[in-house]
Write a protein that binds this ligand. Structure first.
Ligand code: MTE
Ligand code: HPA
Ligand code: MOS
Length: 778
């Protein structure tokens, strides 16, 4: 953020809207932020390592663990038989994920036993000494294999339907059918999964887990150990990144650590290394989208019929809600008059696919944008023109109904796109690029401007609730706790700002404390970008209660009407008197005022009937647009990101510095997904891209050479969210779609923009080159 806008925010807004730094920024860079592996180790700590299956699909005939047990330093070896409760760590009660597989393995790398040893090194070395006999079974690892083999679904699919799509297709002026393949993605959080369990008396166990969902870890530990939730406390101060990869995937490590800790009555830590983490934990779903669309010569879409088949992995995990969200976003920002969308979360013999930033939304949206490209190239028009012709209309028009029958009430996409188009000089640059390409045989350029509209709320309505706990101490300092977890996104900072704003105190007066199931119970995962919306409101509610008591106290003690009690910066005005906040609080304490409160919030308005495919699953939408320019080398397929301009809507920003960080980070992560990040399983079902040597995330040097990010400062959430802000965690990820489309335009130039390049994701240099060759041959 430039200095002028910083000053603007600083002086015209309360603490709530200031561009404060992330509370831990200086600790992240200096190494003093404490992650779980930094916690001083308890005396007698033992270390765990997992024995992994080396078959994709097989019955376990026998397991000889004698060499494992005999290895020096090994204290015990655990198998599924050692589980006192249920041998299951599945999220959402699907009962399809054994903690340790006993009779059958369903993916290469599946945990089949655990070694507990005096050192991490001993545990890891011993884990390799098992002799396992298998009876191999047929397997498939991808969507095509699943479809060929008539694979079952890991959980039920969904259908969204409106109008008469089949009839419209039959009478279409123009009709196109095609297939798009969309790749998965590894989370590559900097801190891999980790859990530390410390046994207590009776059934008690305390677990430090790198998880986005402490309440689920608590529940799963109880389920595995057959103990009640009250005996289990799960703590997490921060994760070194989660990105959805720690929404459910931490369960297994936490359950194993707790199981071993209770069995041996010693503290136990599990920390897989990078290769193990990449092999054993779930990834973004890759998809195959088959589409059939009808449109007119103006480029208006009449009907869209599409099936989204996804790699689900061996178990359900979150594949149901993920594939649902893909369908919810297959409309991108466009009104489909007649539409039918179906999903198939397919079973494959690979690690179970899971949540990843956008949660299926990016895949659905990318599919929707492919349709726009098809129409544009078929009609010889600029894709941006087709986009504008198909945007949702303003409220009151007949173009506001989504495929799931929710009315889009807050549509600002046309304005966002128009402002960006002007500010980045899109039209002139596109003209210049077409001119450049005419005379440049090898280097080809492309430019694309794409929209984002992302639905905010958990689609499972019950998850849209949150709690907070606020204490004001006698010295005027404030202890803040809530159910959200910090993974680098700045949630803790934003919620602290809400509390500082409520009491009108400096944010330094608010102590941000680690998330723990003991202070706020029954929380949802910090996910669906809803962390601030939910926990910010719950904290606000707690502060409101305390403030009401403080005002009542002042009214009684100083005999003034309530509107003569005012919270001013670091002081309270009572009539004509101004009392420093700490003094005021101390007086309230002596008057026996309760200075602690539990707050609660649930999102209003939303409801969803999945079976009927109807409802209002989203409280509101977040919008954005990006324009990317790229250059490709048509002889090698290599490319460069020349420039990206972003205009993004976060409503009235709670913290513009953090929000811009989320937008830039989300964009670059999305760019990685669509360009260099490629997952590869071999013929034995082994993931071969399990380390940074073979799996390429973007480097700082891969970011666009010119990178302009702006907030739509005029935007305010039409709904009464905290400070009228909007969620920011996931929506910017999809801004990266402009990169894929710019690459696509550069490719299209070799056939004079007459053929849709059908560039699949990830558009690795190899894939770009193959598309160039394919188009040259036409
Ligand atoms: N930003 C950072 N730095 N690290 C993360 O792990 N996760 C993303 C997003 N931004 C993530 C992040 C994902 S997947 C989600 S759902 C949201 O943050 C969750 O946090 P929020 O709801 O508080 O925005
Ligand atoms: N988004 C993210 N995580 C989730 C969701 C969702 O809609 N539903 C369940 N977990
Ligand atoms: Mo984010 S994928 O909802 O954790």
């Amino acid at each position: 953020m430039d200095k002028a806008s910083y000053e603007l925010y600083k002086y015209i807004n309360g603490p709530m809207h200031q561009p404060l730094r992330h509370d831990s920024a200086h600790k992240h860079v200096s190494g003093s932020a404490e992650y779980i592996d930094d916690i001083p180790e308890p005396a007698g700590l033992l270390h765990g390592a997992l024995g992994m299956a080396d078959r994709a699909h097989a019955e376990i005939v026998s397991m000889d663990l004698s060499a494992v047990k005999a290895y020096p330093g090994v204290v015990c070896v655990l198998t599924g038989k050692d589980v006192p409760g249920v041998n299951d760590v599945s999220s959402g009660g699907h009962h399809d994920e054994p903690l340790l597989a006993e009779t059958k393995v369903e993916f290469h790398g599946q945990p089949i036993f655990a070694v507990i040893a005096e050192t991490r090194d001993a545990a890891r070395r011993a884990a390799r000494l098992a002799k396992v006999e298998y009876n191999d079974l047929p397997f498939w690892t991808d969507v095509d294999g699943a479809l060929e083999n008539g694979a079952p679904l890991v959980t039920s699919g969904m259908t969204l339907k409106r109008g008469e799509p089949e009839e419209e297709l039959a009478k279409a002026e123009h009709r196109i059918k095609g297939t798009m393949r969309i790749g998965g993605q590894e989370h590559f959080y900097l801190e891999s999964h980790i859990a530390l369990a410390v046994p207590g008396e009776d059934e008690d166990v305390t677990v430090w887990s790198s998880t986005q969902h402490p309440s689920e870890v608590q529940h799963i530990v109880g389920h595995v150990l057959d103990i009640p939730s009250h005996a289990i406390t799960v703590n997490v101060r921060r994760m070194g990144g989660g990105f959805g990869g720690k929404e459910t995937q931490g369960n297994q490590f936490a359950a194993l650590a707790a199981l071993a800790a209770k069995k041996l009555n010693r503290a136990v830590k599990f920390r897989p290394d990078r290769d193990e983490d990449m092999t054993m934990t779930g990834k973004r779903h890759d998809f195959r989208m088959d589409y059939d669309v009808a449109f007119d010569k103006e480029g208006r879409l009449h009907a869209m019929v599409a099936n989204f088949a996804a790699r689900g992995g061996y178990s359900a995990d979150l594949s149901g809600p993920v594939t649902d969200r893909a369908l919810f976003h297959a409309d991108s920002s466009y009104f489909y008059p007649h539409v039918k969308l179906t999903s198939q979360p397919l079973k494959t013999h690979t690690v179970s696919n899971t949540a990843y930033r956008g949660f299926g939304g990016p895949q659905g949206m990318l599919g929707g944008e492919r349709i726009i490209e098809e129409i544009a190239y078929a009609l010889g028009k600029d894709p941006l023109e087709i986009r504008k012709a198909n945007f949702y209309g303003d409220l009151g028009s007949d173009r506001v109904l989504t495929p799931y029958h929710q009315t889009v009430e807050d549509n600002i996409i046309a304005r966002v796109v128009e402002e960006l188009e002007t500010s980045c000089d899109y039209q002139a640059r596109r003209k210049a690029i077409i001119e450049f390409n005419r005379t440049s045989p090898i280097i080809r350029k492309g430019i694309a401007l794409t929209p984002v509209k992302f639905g905010i709320s958990f689609t499972l309505t019950a998850f849209n609730q949150a709690g907070a706990l606020v204490h004001v101490y006698q010295d005027g300092s404030i202890h803040l706790n809530h159910g959200g977890t910090e993974m680098g996104q700045g949630l803790y900072t934003k919620v602290a700002q809400v509390i500082a704003d409520s009491f009108q105190v400096d944010v330094e007066r608010v102590k941000i404390t680690a998330t723990t199931t003991g202070k706020v119970p029954n929380t949802s995962a910090t996910a669906a970008s809803s962390g601030t919306d939910l926990n910010g409101m719950a904290a606000y509610d707690a502060a409101r209660q305390i403030k009401e008591r403080l005002v009542a106290f002042a009214v009684e003690k100083f005999e003034v009407p309530p509107d003569e009690v005012e919270f001013l910066p670091n002081r309270v005005r009572v009539g004509s008197k101004e009392i420093p906040f700490p003094d005021f609080v101390r007086q309230a304490y002596f008057a026996r005022v309760q200075l602690s409160a539990a707050g609660f919030y649930k999102t209003p308005k939303i409801h969803w009937d999945r079976a009927a495919g109807r409802g209002t699953p989203f409280y509101y939408f977040a919008y954005g647009a990006s324009c990317s320019e790229v250059s490709i080398d048509a002889l090698t397929g290599e490319y460069l990101m020349d420039r990206t301009d972003i205009l993004h809507d976060v409503g009235k920003s709670l913290n513009p510095a953090i929000d811009i960080g989320q937008i830039e980070g989300g964009f670059v992560q999305g760019m990685g997904w669509l360009t260099t990040e490629e997952l590869w399983w071999d013929g034995k079902g082994r993931l071969r891209t399990h380390a940074p040597s073979t799996y390429k995330i973007p480097l700082a040097s891969d970011r666009p050479k010119i990178f302009n990010t702006r907030l739509a400062e005029w935007s305010e959430n039409a709904e009464p969210t905290i400070g009228r802000s909007k969620a920011v965690g996931e929506p910017p990820f999809m801004l990266a779609i402009s990169v894929l489309e710019a690459l696509s335009m550069a490719v299209a130039s070799v056939a004079d923009y007459k053929v849709c390049p059908r560039l699949d994701a990830p558009a690795t240099p190899e894939r770009v080159l193959m598309a160039v060759e394919r188009l040259k041959a036409i």
